[in-house]
Design a protein around this ligand. Structure first.
Ligand code: IPM
Ligand code: MG
Length: 397
């Protein structure tokens, strides 16, 4: 049996719960598709600071880089939020992204029909939404130096540096063109070229690259108007490519289309190939959600869908990736919902309110099952799972 080596980085807050859920899904799909996973766990984020004094150790980055792929939960929390602290949990993310040269962050946004009521947008706006945000991940304001606060005679001053090299722009733009070519052939490059020099260079590089991809239709959009269009005509977008900070902001906005931040997966990729595919780091786009941590409340679907992306990109198992995505769709069709997917006004009697673990069970029970096949054949009693989780929820303060 083929064995893939994956590094799990549960991190902080709800991270361990959602990673635990996605690991169970991956192990289950492996049993069905004839592969095994050798898991290795790395402590990082706030947990890394508590255990090792740093967000992530250099040897752990090396270890993670030697695996076939990384599955990460989330890092951060109020315990480590001191603005004057020299070590911060988020440093683990930047060390992994930068250290492993994962320069392209893919954030697909699809609207599952059953979740249309979960979005605050009018249903007709959500019709046909299927977009992919390609966020540059290892440069821009997140990595530019200097980035610091200084004491001056006029008071404190802070500086961050927005810096892009031509090569950094070109490699992510090229990947976005390739991805657009494999989809509906439309690429929107998002910038602030009316103000920023880095954006004007970004635009030039996009224009230079477009000749290599004559089948892709390219448009430039200023980030402010793009933010508006994302909620006004989201179905008009196919692939968006943008710099680090714009991509961070726009992807949270786009999550509103999918009904919840908890639904969105992501893949961070570089150029490096492994024996099985492209090396990458996979994580949900949501944060550590400390307010609901440890209470079996977090939506694991963003992480489970990230695991599907992992199989597709880093392991080359498209069928197994699809099996997970189909099972997630079927669980949603069967009205399984974590709390974030239930709008306040909804009668919860209409849905099967479940916690993190029971949502993963609902997905696992539907792996490899064709549409419409009755529930329960996966060896897990869905209704029992629902009852248990609902009881847990009823006990909430
Ligand atoms: C994300 C997150 C991170 C980012 C935070 C946690 C540093 O918001 O992955 O989108 O800004 O990149
Ligand atoms: Mg973000």
């Amino acid at each position: 049996m083929t064995a893939y080596r994956l590094v799990a980085i549960p991190g902080d807050g709800v991270g361990p719960e959602v990673v635990g859920a996605a690991r169970r899904v991956l192990d289950a799909v492996g049993a069905q598709h004839g592969f095994e996973i050798e898991w290795l766990e790395v402590i990082a984020g706030g947990a890394g600071i508590d255990t090792h004094g740093v967000a992530i150790r250099a040897q752990d980055i090396e270890l993670a880089g030697a695996a076939d792929a990384i599955l990460l939960g989330a890092v951060g929390g109020p315990r480590w939020d001191d603005p004057n602290a020299a070590v911060r949990p988020e440093q683990a993310l930047f060390a992994l992204r930068g250290g492993l040269e994962l320069f392209a962050n893919l954030r697909p946004v699809r609207v599952h029909p059953a979740l249309v009521p979960a979005s605050p947008l009018r249903p007709e706006l959500l019709d046909g939404v299927d977009l992919l945000i390609v966020r540059e991940l290892t440069s821009g304001l997140y990595f530019g130096r200097p980035s610091e606060e200084r004491a001056t005679v006029d008071g404190r001053v802070a500086v961050d540096t927005l810096w892009y090299t031509e090569a950094e722009i070109r490699r992510v733009v090229r990947l976005a063109f390739e991805l657009a070519r494999g989809r509906r052939g439309r690429l929107t490059s998002v910038d602030k070229a009316n103000v920023l020099a880095t954006s004007r260079l970004w635009r030039k590089v996009v224009e230079e690259e477009r000749g290599r991809f004559p089948e892709v239709e390219v448009g430039h959009q200023l980030v402010d108007s793009c933010a508006m269009l994302l909620v006004r005509q989201p179905a008009a977008f196919d692939v968006l490519v943008t710099e680090n900070l714009f991509g961070d902001i726009l992807s949270d906005e786009a999550a509103v289309l999918a009904g919840s931040l908890g639904m969105l997966p992501s893949a961070s990729l570089g150029d490096r190939r492994t024996a099985h595919g492209r090396f990458g780091l996979y994580e949900p786009i949501h944060g550590s959600a400390p307010d609901i941590a440890g209470r079996d409340l977090a939506n694991p679907l963003g992480t489970i869908l990230s695991a599907a992306m992992l199989l597709r990109w880093s392991v080359g198992l498209e069928d197994a990736a699809r099996a997970i995505e189909d099972a997630v769709s079927q669980a949603l069709d069967a009205r399984f919902r974590t709390r974030d997917l239930v709008p306040a006004a909804t009668d919860t009697g209409d849905v099967r309110l479940v916690g993190t673990a029971a949502m993963a069970d609902a997905v696992i029970a539907r792996l490899g099952r064709s549409w419409g096949q009755p529930a329960g054949t996966g060896g897990i009693d869905d209704d029992t799972a629902t009852m248990v989780a609902t009881d847990t929820l009823l006990g909430l303060p």
